[in-house]
Design a protein around this ligand. Structure first.
Ligand code: 6R9
Length: 633
C-alpha cells in the first residue's frame, strides 16, 4: 500500500482520481474480509448517502488482532508507559491483547451487551481503554468514547444523545500530579441517564467510589467470572461494511456537539492504508502517538490504524510536562521510538522550556515525525525538525478531521518534499477543491479559498447520530455536491496546500475543537449573565485562546469572584478544556440592527488590532465599540 518515490506518488494519485473504484478495490484487498464487496462505492453528496464496499462482511478486530497471531503473535502491540515514571511499564503482545479483548468482550456480553448497542467509554489512557474499545468492536457494539477532560454534564448529553445502555469507566485516572475522579463524574452524569443499566469500573487509582448494587460492577471481578466460566474465546461478530463502528462527538459552529458516525469497512481500510503509507511504517518500528484515545487521532492512529498494520505503539498515560518537561524525550529514549506523532501545541509548550530539557537525551532512534491538530507555525516546525529530528526526519504534517476519519492532505514520509507550515499534497484517493464564498471553484495555483472535497473516500463520516439532516446542512449544503471542511486553505505556486484555520465559529484551543456557541451557552447559564460573545485570539502555546465578552451587571461588586464563578460554570457545563482565558465585562455587544453580533469586530479587539475595525456604520449602537476597545484585556 506504500508508494516509494515521488514519481510513484504522482502516478498512483492520478490513477486514484481517474479510476477511484479500481484504486480502492486494490487497497481494500490488503485487508481480511469475511465476504468481499459487490460494489466499491455508491454515493451522492445531496442527501448525502455514502456506501463503501457494499455487501462486504468483516470484523475490524480480526484485522487488528486475529490476522497477526500466526506470524506476529509475540510482537508487542502496546507498550504502555504509566503517568508515574517510577511505576513499571507494561507490554502487551498481539496475542495477549487478543486474549484480553476476547475476555472483556465476554464480560460485556455477560452484562447484557448486544450488537448495535451503544456503549460509552470514559477512561484514562491505560491499555484497558484500548481493550474496551476493541471489545465493543468485537461484539458489534458501537463505542462512544468521551475524553476525560469533559464534565458530567457533557457526558450525560452524549449518553442521552446516543441512548447508551452501558458505561465503561475507571475509579480514577492519573494525569501529571492530579487524580481525576472518573467514576464520581460518571455518577453525577448518570443521575440524568436512566438508559444506563450497567457500569463496568476498572481499578486504577483505587480512589474510593460509590458502587450501586445491580448497576455497578468491577472490571476485575467480571474478568474472574469469565475465567471461571472458561470463556476465553469470543468469536468476532460478522458486521456489514456499513454497520456503525463508533460515534465520536465533535464541536461545530452551532448547537451541541454532534455525534460523528463512522462505519466498519471503509474506516478500517482508510485508517490502515493512510497509517501505512503516510508514515511508511516498517515492521519492527516503534511508533508513539501522543494523542488521547478520547479524540479521533487516538481512535484512528493509536487504536485501529496501527493495529490493523501490526504496528508496535507506545501508549502514554501522562502529560508532556510531568514530572518535568523531558518526559517525551525520556520515553523516546526508553523505548527507542522511531516515529513520533504529536501536536503543535505540545511542540510549542516543550519549546518554551528551552534546550535544557533535551540535554543528554538520546533521540537518535527517531526516523519520522508527525504533527496534527492545528496549523503548525514555522518556528515550531523548524524546532521540531532541528532539535528533535536533527534534520534527519521527514515531518509529516497531517491535515484531517474527526469527520474525515483519517489523513487527507499530508506528506508521505521521505517521499513528498516538505515545506514548513504546509500539509503539502492530497493523499491518493483525495480530491480537494478550493471554492470562494459563492461556491465558485478557485482554479490554478497561488490562490486561496474554502477547502472542500469533491469525491468520497472510505473513511468519511456517514451521518451525525440521530440527526442526518444536521449532517447534510453542516457538511453538504454550503456548496452543492461538495463536502465542506470548515477550513480555509491556500494553494501555493507549487500546488502545495497550507491550511490557514477554521472559517467558521469553531475554535482550536491546544488542538481541541471548541464551538464558540457552546462556550457562550455555558457562560449564559451563569445566573447573573445576561449575554456573552466568545471569539478566539492568537495564543503562543495553545494556538488559540478563548476570549469572552460578557454582559453581567452584577459583577460590579466583585468582578474577580464573578469571573471565577463563570469559569466554574463553564467547567461544569462543558469541562475544564473550554474555560475562557480572558473574560471582559462589557455593558453591551456590537450588534447590527437585525440583532446579529458583529464577531468580526470582537475578533479584532481580542487580537489587539483595533486600528482598523472596518465599517461599523450598520451597528445599532456604535458607541459600545469604544467602550469595549478601552476595556480590552
Ligand atoms: C485530526 C483532528 C479538525 C480541525 C481541522 C483543522 C485543524 C487538524 C491540522 C489542522 C492545520 C493540520 N487541523 N490538523 N490544521 N494543519 N495538520 O485534529 O481532528 O479534532 O476534528 O479537528 O483541526 O482546522 O478542521 P479534529
Amino acid at each position: 500500500m506504500q508508494v516509494k518515490s515521488f514519481e510513484e506518488y504522482q502516478q498512483v494519485y492520478r490513477k486514484s482520481v481517474e479510476q477511484p473504484e479500481k484504486f480502492w478495490d486494490e487497497i481494500a484487498n490488503n485487508f481480511l474480509w469475511k465476504k468481499k464487496w459487490d460494489k466499491v462505492v455508491e454515493w451522492n453528496f445531496v442527501e448525502p448517502n455514502i456506501k463503501w464496499f457494499k455487501g462486504a462482511k468483516l470484523n475490524i478486530t480480526e484485522n487488528c488482532l486475529d490476522r497477526h497471531l500466526e506470524k506476529n503473535g509475540d510482537t508487542p502491540a502496546i507498550i504502555w508507559e504509566p503517568n508515574d515514571p517510577t511505576e513499571h511499564h507494561r507490554i502487551l503482545t498481539y496475542r495477549q491483547l487478543y486474549n484480553k479483548v476476547c475476555q472483556f468482550a465476554n464480560v460485556l456480553k455477560n452484562n447484557g451487551a448486544k450488537k448495535g448497542d451503544r456503549i460509552c467509554i470514559y477512561m484514562p489512557m491505560v491499555p484497558e481503554l484500548e481493550i474496551a474499545v476493541l471489545a465493543c468492536a468485537r461484539i458489534g457494539a458501537v463505542h462512544s468514547v468521551v475524553f476525560g477532560g469533559f464534565s458530567a454534564q457533557s457526558i450525560a448529553d452524549r449518553i442521552k444523545d446516543a441512548d447508551c445502555n452501558i458505561v465503561i469507566t475507571a475509579d480514577g485516572g492519573f494525569r501529571g500530579n492530579k487524580v481525576i475522579d472518573l467514576k464520581s463524574i460518571i455518577d453525577d452524569a448518570l443521575v440524568q441517564c436512566p438508559s444506563v443499566e450497567k457500569v463496568v469500573v476498572l481499578t486504577r487509582t483505587r480512589t474510593p467510589v460509590s458502587m450501586l448494587k445491580g448497576r455497578d460492577v468491577w472490571w476485575e471481578d467480571e474478568i474472574k467470572k469469565v475465567e471461571t466460566q472458561g470463556n476465553t474465546e469470543c468469536p468476532a461478530e460478522e458486521m456489514d461494511a456499513e454497520d456503525m463502528l463508533f460515534i465520536l462527538y465533535t464541536s461545530g459552529s452551532t448547537g451541541k456537539p454532534k455525534g460523528v458516525v463512522h462505519t466498519c469497512g471503509g474506516y478500517m481500510v482508510y485508517t490502515g492504508y493512510t497509517f501505512s503509507n503516510a508514515f511508511q511504517y516498517e515492521p519492527g518500528e516503534v511508533y508513539f502517538c501522543t494523542a488521547d484515545i478520547g479524540w479521533i487521532t487516538g481512535h484512528s492512529y493509536i487504536a485501529y490504524g496501527p493495529l490493523s498494520q501490526g504496528a508496535t505503539s507506545v501508549l502514554f498515560e501522562g502529560i508532556p510536562t510531568w514530572p518535568n518537561s523531558s518526559r517525551f524525550w525520556d520515553i523516546v529514549e526508553k523505548f527507542k521510538v522511531n516515529i513520533l506523532y504529536t501536536a503543535p501545541t505540545a511542540i510549542r509548550s516543550l519549546m518554551s522550556f528551552g534546550d535544557e530539557a533535551l540535554k543528554g537525551k538520546d533521540l537518535s532512534s527517531l526516523k519520522k515525525l508527525g504533527s496534527v491538530g492545528e496549523p503548525i507555525n514555522e518556528e515550531a516546525w523548524h524546532w521540531f525538525d532541528e532539535k528533535i529530528g536533527h534534520g534527519n526526519c521527514p515531518i509529516v504534517d497531517t491535515w484531517w478531521q474527526t469527520e474525515t476519519g483519517g489523513f487527507m492532505i499530508s506528506p508521505i514520509a521521505g517521499v513528498t518534499p516538505t515545506k514548513p507550515g504546509y500539509a503539502t499534497l492530497p493523499l491518493p484517493g483525495i480530491q480537494p477543491i478550493l471554492v470562494d464564498e459563492n461556491g465558485k471553484e478557485v482554479k490554478g495555483n497561488g490562490v486561496s479559498g474554502n477547502l472542500c472535497i469533491r469525491f468520497p473516500w472510505p473513511g468519511m463520516l456517514r451521518t451525525t447520530y440521530g440527526d442526518h439532516e444536521r449532517c447534510r446542512t453542516t457538511y453538504f449544503a454550503a456548496y452543492p455536491n461538495l463536502y465542506f471542511t470548515g477550513d480555509g486553505c491556500l494553494r501555493d505556486e507549487d500546488g502545495y496546500y497550507r491550511i490557514t484555520g477554521r472559517v467558521d465559529d469553531v475554535l482550536n484551543v491546544s488542538g481541541h475543537r471548541i464551538g464558540t456557541a457552546e462556550v457562550e451557552n455555558a457562560i449564559n447559564m451563569h445566573s447573573s449573565v445576561v449575554e456573552s460573545a466568545v471569539v478566539g485570539y492568537p495564543h503562543d502555546i495553545k494556538g488559540q485562546g478563548v476570549y469572552a465578552f460578557v454582559i453581567c451587571p452584577d459583577q460590579e461588586h466583585e468582578p474577580e469572584l464573578t469571573r471565577k464563578d463563570i469559569l466554574m460554570t463553564v467547567s461544569r457545563i462543558i469541562g475544564p478544556i473550554a474555560k475562557p482565558d480572558k473574560i471582559q465585562f462589557v455593558s453591551g455587544l456590537p450588534k447590527t440592527r437585525s440583532g446579529k453580533i458583529m464577531r468580526r469586530i470582537l475578533r479584532k479587539i481580542a487580537e489587539g488590532d483595533t486600528s482598523n475595525l472596518g465599517d461599523t456604520s450598520t451597528l445599532l449602537d456604535p458607541g459600545v465599540v469604544d467602550e469595549i476597545k478601552a476595556g480590552a484585556l
